[in-house]
Design a protein around this ligand. Sequence first.
Ligand code: COA
Length: 431
Amino acid sequence: MLIDAPLPAGYRFRQLTADDHQAVLEIDAWAFPSSGSLEDAARSASPLTWERAVGIEADGSDDGTLVGHHASYPFSRFPVPGGELPTAGLTWVGVHPQHRRRGLLTAMIDLHLARCRERGEALSALFAAEYPIYGRFGYGRAASDVRVTLRRGAALRDVPGAAEHTVRVEHASRERHGDLVAGVHRAAGAAPGGLPGVNRPGWATRETEALRTAYWNDNPAFRRGLESRRIVVVERGGEPRGYATFRRKLDWTHTGTEGTAHVGEVVALDAAAARALWGVLLDLDLMTETRPFLLAPDDVLTQLLVDPRAAGPQLVDNVWVRVVDVPTALAGRRYAADVDVVLGVRDAHLPDNAGAWRVRASAFGEASCERTDAAPDLELDVRELGAAYLGGVSLAALATAGLVTERAPGALAPASAAFGWPVAPVCSWVF
Ligand SMILES: CC(C)(COP(=O)(O)OP(=O)(O)OC[C@H]1O[C@@H](n2cnc3c(N)ncnc32)[C@H](O)[C@@H]1OP(=O)(O)O)[C@@H](O)C(=O)NCCC(=O)NCCS
């Protein structure tokens, strides 16, 4: 079915269905080169929600062949500071190299944002394959994660209760661990470290059956020389308190062995469980180093390591956020301090987001956002609003870079404090 939405001449949008699985894999392989074969890829079920997948056909292309595509995941409860909002997780964006830089991505983003509006999704979020792509469309880097390389036996501070856990190290399987992983993951996002009242913004869950199936499908063709997925589960009092997934790779050298443990999600319900998990991950036989992925900058590991500097921490952009509907988004989160501020927002793509918005909230309480004729206290582009939205990038920091302008003297510091959040945003998996 064709979709009537603007595109450069010679191209047309087509609504994709499950029958397009192969065509999507083909265009995806053009956009993201991989040594894996399409046949291998096709053996895995698609993670896509097909009614949210759109292809582009070109005049003169073979029937059914795509030259571009995009899709989104339905995050009906995407965590924002102090709440959850329906959000579109933009994904599987690609354009064939022969058709690049002709405006196809620009047209796809326009369609994506229009459909977010129709579906009542006030936010769109994504992981960016390349940093410079999405800012022009109003997406701001809203979260970072920290990458570290840990030597085997890296010292950790003690946490009372850590030794009381029983540890299981097993092949990861959906039958055995699916419910456990989903339950612990959700609880850890709702109350990181077991702290009540402060959720982890950006902590998206794998909400659809297709996403869960894709997550647990450990296709050997895509292991890049690593072993199949393993899992550590720590339990206390017979209850799961945390899990970590990992895959090892071992090389034999003339002096012995070089092993790397590549760690996926490390999710714990409190510090003792986290300490128990890291104790296992940092002492795997034959492994010289352990490499976790997508840790929040304030992850408990950064406090437990005796020498975090030795782990060579690097900050990498994590989730990007696009505010699609300013009043719904700003009223739909909570604020870390009382606030009453008028934001002057610029938005070149969605003009009805532009203008003055009055945001009022009490600390950690209800918030409102209304259009106003009052003069803005602060002015910013919607891209910067997206960057600040999850509470991980301060309005003041953006102002020091000239990206937020304080029109009412004294307005910036209190608004910046209110837009912050006690827990850093992060998403624990790439979507
Ligand atoms: C990224 C990609 C989708 C862009 O598609 P495209 O159709 O070439 O994009 P457009 O022609 O609409 O470009 C719009 C603007 O973005 C810029 N742009 C696009 N891709 C860019 C990139 N990778 N880096 C920097 N700028 C980029 C273009 O130069 C253009 O700028 P202009 O408006 O100033 O002329 C395409 O290059 C691609 O498939 N890349 C490989 C896969 C990938 O990275 N996908 C994104 C997954 S998150």
